[in-house]
Design a protein around this ligand. Structure first.
Ligand code: PAF
Length: 282
């Protein structure tokens, strides 16, 4: 595996890789875990060359403390990438990614106006900025994203549609990886105290139980049941739980409003912000 730190080295390495076949890109912010590994394994199976970017993107953090405390584990990340058979680890500095301030404002539309949109102003614009840069730099055949960040995938698809020019790029969404107790894998989980870590699986357990509740409850009742149930656990505070259409991300009021109702939750466990989601089959 080659570690690349500059855009020009990346472009020259990928010039010859592109001539040989497909390029799979897995954008990450590092602190890699098994969830990332599942994206990388899939990229490895489906592409001739695999690039993983490791970059904690400052423009997508609307909270300076969150940016400062975001785990940074470059050495361990590189060891994992090497063992996963990655060809190139792209690990640029902030100056390399943003030689000038990125002032682009993307018209991300309704998919970005709900849930994480209002809760984290500027977050999705920052994601669009960095992902569009990564796509232009690597010109991948396929790019891999985890469904834990369900809304993010819809936003990235919208950005690709807006920008155009990424000829034939396929956005591949990959299922959430979970610990044995159900907690969705996340780089943020390492910040949970042992007591909080024991409680945090209540999110996925509640979401799963809500699949059964949904058979007899209305959508509004199910939504409220999830919020109340999670909030009853110590350390837990739900920021939002919305049941949305899986494509448009627009909140639903009735089960019959969508063929893919997806429940998206954000909850604090202590001061750690956790997200998860579940698809209802009504
Ligand atoms: O999901 C993430 O880790 C980040 O939002 C991404 C897509 C790597 C962009 O910084």
């Amino acid at each position: 595996m080659e570690i690349i730190r500059t855009v020009s080295d990346l472009e020259s390495a990928l010039g010859s890789a592109r001539a040989k076949g497909s390029i799979g890109l897995v954008p990450t912010m590092g602190a890699l875990h098994e969830g990332h590994l599942s994206l990388i394994t899939r990229a490895r199976k489906e592409n001739d060359t695999v690039v993983v970017s490791v970059f904690v993107n400052p423009t997508q953090f609307n909270n300076p403390t969150d940016l400062a405390t975001y785990p940074r584990t470059e050495e361990a990340d590189c060891a994992l990438l090497e063992s996963a058979g990655v060809d190139y680890a792209f690990i640029p500095s902030v100056e390399e990614m943003y030689p000038q301030e990125d002032t682009r404002v993307f018209d991300l539309g309704p998919v970005a106006e709900v849930m994480e949109g209002p809760m984290r102003p500027g977050h999705f614009n920052g994601v669009a900025q960095v992902v569009s840069k990564l796509f232009s730099m690597t010109r991948p055949t396929r790019a891999y994203f985890g469904e834990k960040d369900y809304q993010q995938i819809a936003v990235i698809r919208r950005m690709v549609e807006l920008e155009g020019g990424y000829d034939g790029l396929e956005i591949v969404s990959c299922p959430i990886r979970r610990h044995d107790d159900g907690l969705a894998m996340s780089s943020r989980n390492v910040r949970l105290t042992p007591d909080q870590r024991m409680v945090a699986p209540c999110i996925s357990i509640t979401l799963k139980s809500s699949l059964v509740k949904a058979r007899e409850m209305s959508l509004t009742e199910t939504r409220q049941w999830v919020i109340d149930t999670v909030n009853r656990f110590p350390f837990m505070e739900v920021e939002y739980y919305e049941i949305v259409d899986g494509i448009t991300m627009q909140p639903l009021t009735d089960w019959s409003d969508s063929t893919i109702p997806v429940g998206c939750i954000t909850a604090y466990c202590g001061d750690v912000r956790l997200i998860d989601n579940i698809t209802y089959k009504i």
